[in-house]
Design a protein around this ligand. Structure first.
Ligand code: DI6
Ligand code: FE
Length: 392
């Protein structure tokens, strides 16, 4: 006896592409998917039977790269950029990440929870099951930990937390980036891990952030603590970030606009997922496209994410992120949906439980009022979500 079954549904299971099963039944028991298949093969019974009325059911979305917990916003920098300043110039002039750091340090844990929970509403109504949240706007021990605690208190989605202490050099370490990396590796990361606040470790490897050598030191510290790594790689320049991520068997390398073919090959060999972030590309008026055809050719799984953050991607919509990936990066709608389901789950190392409609996976799925799954990436600013099912 199953707990509940949904009849009269069309499924995009996202197994091997859309993985369509028309006129399907989908059952759940104990918070897990307990049966999935064509309705005419369902020979069981369930305590509750729901009529999906021809809706499409897809796995809940996985947004695998966000900076959702932060204080303040940077609308004024948006204005500056439109008057001609570049993102790098603003960052060098003490704006950028460092200004969000000031606001975040001044915010209490409760304030961080309230503002992030408010933003998270849009992810929930668009059918999101999992959101990754990074630290990195504290850059001191207490604020980094406070951000991670706040992230863990968010409700309505499963949260995966990533430690990004190496996001920028804070003012008090100005000109002493190596000393800051020592502090991150020796004090902040171990304290966060001791409180069990860290699922993965990330670094911003970039001309305006940290070098390869500094990234390596953070990755070695993560390895000693038994944590998987991810990397902000090759966003503004090719520092060989993708290859470095692959060397550490990173879960993902993210951004990748400037990644070379050899970086892509290394990712393929290492099983590292590519995370593309069309929101930042769009918002920063970037023109260099990530190496999509090389990623396809080498079979690197492509995930997509919002990169929600106040500086380079104030994007609050997984659905819009998918549309942008199709228009800006020429992903197909099928690839875009895989990017926000199975490959998003891969980028977090949780694909055994999330990302497809398969037996045994978490019963987190969404009913959509659409005629074909590709519509979700096609429409701009629509939200045909009918119902979000969380753990059955
Ligand atoms: N890459 C980005 O695009 C963001 N962080 C990062 O590592 C920018 C964050 C910000 O400007 O606040
Ligand atoms: Fe980011």
């Amino acid at each position: 006896m199953h707990d509940a079954v949904w009849m009269n549904a069309n499924l995009a299971t996202m197994v091997g592409g859309y993985g369509v099963i028309e006129d399907a039944a989908l059952a759940v028991t104990g918070g897990r998917i307990s049966w999935v298949g064509a309705r005419n093969e369902w020979r069981h019974s369930a305590r509750a039977e729901h009529d999906a009325r021809g809706a499409w059911i897809l796995p809940g979305f996985v947004d695998c790269h966000t900076h959702l917990v932060h204080a303040g916003n940077r609308a004024h920098e948006f204005e500056l950029r439109l008057k001609g300043a570049t993102y790098e110039e603003i960052a060098k002039a003490g704006g950028g990440i460092v200004s969000t750091v000031q606001a975040t340090r001044a915010a209490s844990e409760d304030e961080l929870v309230v503002s992030a929970q408010k933003r998270l509403r849009q992810w929930r109504v668009e059918g999101t099951a999992v959101v990754e949240v990074k630290s990195g706007y504290g850059l001191d021990r207490d604020t980094e930990l406070r951000m991670l605690r706040a992230a863990r208190r968010l409700t309505g989605v499963k949260v995966q937390t990533t430690f990004l202490g190496a996001h920028a050099v804070p003012a008090e370490f100005k000109g002493r980036a190596d000393a800051y990396i020592d502090f991150v590796c020796d004090e902040v990361l171990p304290a966060a891990v001791a409180e069990k606040l860290v699922d993965a470790v990330d670094v911003f490897c970039e001309r305006i952030a940290f070098t390869r050598a500094q990234t390596t030191r953070v990755f070695d510290a993560a390895k000693r603590l038994g944590l998987p790594v991810k990397l902000h790689a090759d966003q503004l320049s090719d520092l060989g970030g993708a290859g470095l991520a692959a060397k550490y068997h990173a879960l993902s390398a993210d951004h990748l606009e400037h990644t070379s073919e050899s970086g892509v090959e290394a990712m393929a060999r290492a099983g590292t997922t590519a995370v593309l972030l069309p929101g930042a590309f769009y918002f920063l008026h970037e023109t260099k496209l990530p190496p999509i055809s090389a990623l396809r050719r080498h079979g690197v799984p492509i995930a997509l994410a919002t990169d929600n953050n106040p500086g380079s991607s104030p994007l609050c919509s997984p659905l819009l992120a998918m549309n942008m990936a199709c228009t800006l990066f020429r992903l197909t709608p099928e690839e875009a949906l895989a990017g926000f389901t199975i490959n998003g789950a891969r980028a977090l190392g949780i694909h055994a439980t999330y990302g497809t409609l398969e037996l045994g996976k978490a019963a987190d799925f969404v009913l959509w009022d659409i005629e074909s799954p590709g519509e979700l990436a096609y429409a701009m600013g629509a939200n045909p979500c009918l119902e979000v099912i969380s753990r059955g």
